[in-house]
Ligand binder design. Structure first.
Ligand code: AMP
Ligand code: GLY
Length: 422
């Protein structure tokens, strides 16, 4: 079975690592992989990673399954693009159709979906450019802080949380006038929810679903959740405060209506649903949907999966997820991300990474790395994910931080407080 992995971060490194543990006869291919992924799959390099290129490689390498890591190819319609072409229609795609990807690609679509299916989320209203005046009036009727969201994808920067009404009004107008280009031509204004966030992952085959382990992501660059938002600076799984009762509530009030809604909308969806949740006084609300796995959560979530990942994905394709039991390691897994100096703003690439050969207590997933002259260099904002496990979180964290002390590169940046609040 030939599997093509789309995406080149640590999430995709974790996919490749997990797939390579399979007992099945598989061959893995990946597009523009990092140094780690390139070692454990057949690399395909290109400067133009568009849908047509991906399709040509699916044909050339007789790909049976495409596992899509990031959201952009899904939002651009990779699933439909392959399914609608006779030469690639038999290839499985793990990821939804373009219509389904709107759950992530359009916040307005996602909020309307949640309203339609009675899924708890923050109160909201959406405004287009023609509705600036109505939007400014609406802002006066809600309590601060004000949450403004660009409708479309904005590389994680499209959400503003603002304390002052005047500033919120200014930003609201700027957004509608093109602050985030096409993405903010519609803006969702919503009520602020005060609580603890967590990430819920569901694998859905179009008929059946399975809930994967929950995880917590640390999004800000600075300790104590301060500073700019990043792609994610660390993660842990399981989430200790999540008890059985809360999990049941999430399943009943959020997961079931979400999958039923997807079916009811006739959305062609075989893939991961990542539900960003916030727990407000033991009541779960949806902050956002993503139509893929999370990064840095995948690195801990997949580490806990005991099943053969090829079996799992095959069942997803065959709509037989109800026929298998999932098993998860109950130890705690922690992931501390090493980033380039300056990230998430400007950073330099090409710094020599040393010490990788001294690692014994953790699993390293490469992200922004490249191999040059037999050495590994930095090649992106997030560079490595350092994953460790132990029966107690503290011990897992000790291992991750001990590993970090052995790895070095100029500008090495990481949060020292992952798991601090749990
Ligand atoms: P999103 O892209 O929708 O996940 O938003 C990015 C981040 O903004 C979330 O991870 C939350 O930390 C925060 N956020 C979004 N919506 C809300 C809300 N209604 N109340 C509080 N925080 C929010
Ligand atoms: N960890 C958040 C994300 O993948 O979007």
């Amino acid at each position: 079975m030939n599997i093509l992995i789309v995406g080149s971060g640590a999430r995709e490194s974790a996919f490749i690592w997990k797939l390579n543990q399979s007992k099945k006869d598989i061959k893995l291919f990946s597009i523009n992989p990092n140094a780690g992924a390139a070692e454990f799959s057949t690399p395909i390099y290109t400067e133009k990673e568009d849908l047509a290129f991906i399709k040509s490689k699916v044909v050339e390498h007789k790909i049976d399954m495409v596992l899509v890591g990031p959201e952009i190819p899904l939002i651009n319609g990779i699933q439909d693009f392959l399914k609608n072409d006779p030469s690639t229609k038999k290839t499985s795609v793990i990821g939804p159709s373009k219509k389904g990807a709107q759950l992530e690609g359009s916040k307005d679509y996602a909020k309307n979906f949640m309203a339609k299916y009675n899924i708890p989320t923050a109160k909201y209203k959406s405004f287009s450019q023609a509705e600036i005046q109505e939007g400014l009036k609406y802002l006066e009727t809600i309590n601060p802080p004000y949450v403004l969201k660009a409708d479309g994808p904005a590389a994680g920067k499209g959400v503003l949380i603002i304390d002052e009404l005047d500033e919120a009004k200014t930003q609201f107008e700027d957004m509608l006038l093109g602050k985030f280009g096409e993405s903010s031509k519609t803006v969702v204004v919503e009520e602020f929810l005060d609580g603890i966030e967590m990430s819920c992952f569901v694998l859905f085959d179009g008929k059946n679903y399975k809930v994967l382990p929950y995880a917590k992501d640390y999004k800000r660059i600075g300790e104590n959740d301060t500073g700019l938002n990043t792609g994610g600076m660390g993660s842990v799984s399981p989430v200790p405060f999540l008890d059985k009762k809360l999990k049941q509530k999430i399943e009943d009030k959020i997961i079931k209506p979400t999958v039923e809604g997807i079916k009811n909308e006739n959305i062609d969806y075989k893939g991961f649903i990542f539900i960003g949740l916030i727990n407000v006084k033991n009541e779960p609300y949806v902050i956002e949907y993503n139509v893929r796995m999370g990064d840095p959560e995948t690195q801990v979530v997949l580490s806990r999966l005991k099943n053969d990942f090829v079996d799992v994905l095959t069942c997803c394709e065959n709509q037989t997820l109800d026929k298998i039991d999932f098993h998860f390691d109950m130890k705690t897994y922690t992931n501390v991300v090493l980033a380039s100096g300056g990230y998430p703003e400007k950073y330099e690439k090409g710094k020599l990474i040393t010490g990788l050969d001294k690692v014994s207590e953790s699993t390293i997933f490469h992200a922004g790395t490249i191999k040059k002259d037999n050495n590994i260099h930095t090649n992106g904002g997030r560079v490595l994910s350092i994953v460790s496990s132990a029966p107690k979180m503290k011990e897992a964290l000790r291992k991750s931080y001990n590993t970090i002390s052995k790895i070095d590169f100029e500008g090495k940046t990481f949060r020292k407080d992952i798991g601090f609040d749990l």
